[in-house]
Design a protein around this ligand. Sequence first.
Ligand SMILES: *Cc1c(COP(=O)(O)O)cnc(C)c1O
Length: 427
Amino acid sequence: MNSQELFARSQQVSPGGVHSPVRAFKSVGGTPIFFSSAEGAYLTSVEGKKYIDFCQSFGPNILGHRDPDVQKSVLEILDKAWSFGACEPYSLELAEWMKEQVPFLDKLRFVSSGTEAVMSALRVARAATGRDKILKFDGCYHGHVDSLLVKAGSGLAGEASSDSAGVSEQTAHQTLVTALDDEEAYLKTLNDHKDQIAAVILEPLPANFGLLAQRKEFIDFVVNEAKQRGILVIFDEVISGFRMAFGGMAELLDIKPDLVTYGKVIGGGFPVGCYGGREDLMNLVAPAGRVYQAGTLSANPVGMVAGLTTLKKMKEVQGHKFLKERTERMTSRLNEIFQAHQVPMQVSSQGSLFWIHPKSDKPIRRVDQIPTQHGENFKKFFSECLNEGVYLAPSGYEVGFLSLAHTDEIIDSALEKFSNAAKKVFG
Ligand SMILES: *Cc1c(COP(=O)(O)O)cnc(C)c1O
């Protein structure tokens, strides 16, 4: 069966034919490709066509698909156990290893997704402060937690309204939304809701609505003003944690958030999330404290060993340094290609993340700075990349991911394909 036939069948059994919305290709058009296998930097479709993969499952595969060392550790654990629902040493090893890398990570709890990690961290923040409201930034994504599926409202300063059907206005009103890169708006929101805000949550490197790299002064300001008011600071490092550096953006920015959330790379391609931080806060979590949080498959041994093997290997080979260098080389070459073919887009990178965005003289730091015609240009480029055999995340607002499996040779080959695609569409 080909992708088209499989998608038709999928639409009969799943909403929109998918199990997570972006996979449906709605913003890039056409039928989503069905993949049957993956290895290193490559995906293979059910039709047998090979693609260089810059999506890498939206980040978890920092070593590439089915890294041989990770595969070995997974095969070994499969011979021992699949799930205990009881105490085991595997999560302890990963927890201790992570704690060693991150100076403010006093205690942590494993869960099964980034969403679950965020949801639990918010609960801890509310319990610790006795306050109800959470402040988030427009352009940051924190998973599909009800109270964070909100957009900036038009009423009171900062007050949010729901951005998804099924989220009650009451729940949405517990969240305040303010703009990135805007100290004044942030201060106004803080002052308008004195003594009501439990926590401010942010992606210290917003990477789920394009790549909206922030000024360090802005992040410092956000953190300092919150701390002065007894508001907890939650860094959502589900995408940046252990990817930008072992200590994530917190390390690069030299900031100690009160709580932090992780996911994606820490599971090495398996479903693992994590929240943690200050000891006094984490001791509020059951059974140590009064904040209930549990999970049948939490700290699943397969994810634990895959995660630990992934992180240890990154350390051993100094992966972050290589990834950053390779990504920078690729993006600067791609920018030359775009220029040569008069493509109205450019590419920016942070560490191993890159984003193809509309041409801009100034850095894009906020959602309202992304020109709206981007979708159309990206759509054409995306389709031609597919023809050439390069798979990008199927939306102009998603970032691209390099993995250690993207060797210089593979990147050169991808650049040639990008160049062909650019010439065809814009040349
Ligand atoms: C991916 C992501 C999430 C959600 O994680 P899931 O595992 O998809 O639930 C939350 N926050 C950030 C910053 C993310 O990148």
